[in-house]
Ligand binder design. Structure first.
Ligand SMILES: [Zn+2]
Ligand SMILES: [Zn+2]
Length: 70
């Protein structure tokens, strides 16, 4: 959804906006002590399980693409 995408780097707790996704993650961990989801293959961190699942899905698609081009 477009709405969700735009709200991606916004802290939902204190409404602070960040330029980078990782900055938001660091902020959420330090300031709000939120639990973080991690991608098991690349270690990228996410605030929500749905974000992680979306990322994992994209990684899978990329891997399939690489196989196709070989
Ligand atoms: Zn915050
Ligand atoms: Zn990953």
């Amino acid at each position: 959804m477009d709405f969700l995408h735009r709200e991606k780097n916004l802290c939902k707790v204190c409404r602070t906006r960040f330029n980078k996704h990782q900055e938001l993650i660091q902020h959420a961990k330090k300031v709000h002590h939120q639990s973080i989801m991690k991608c098991h293959s690349c270690g990228m961190e996410f605030l929500h399980e749905e974000d992680r699942l979306h990322h994992v899905q994209q990684e899978k698609e990329k891997k399939i693409d690489i196989r196709r081009h070989r």
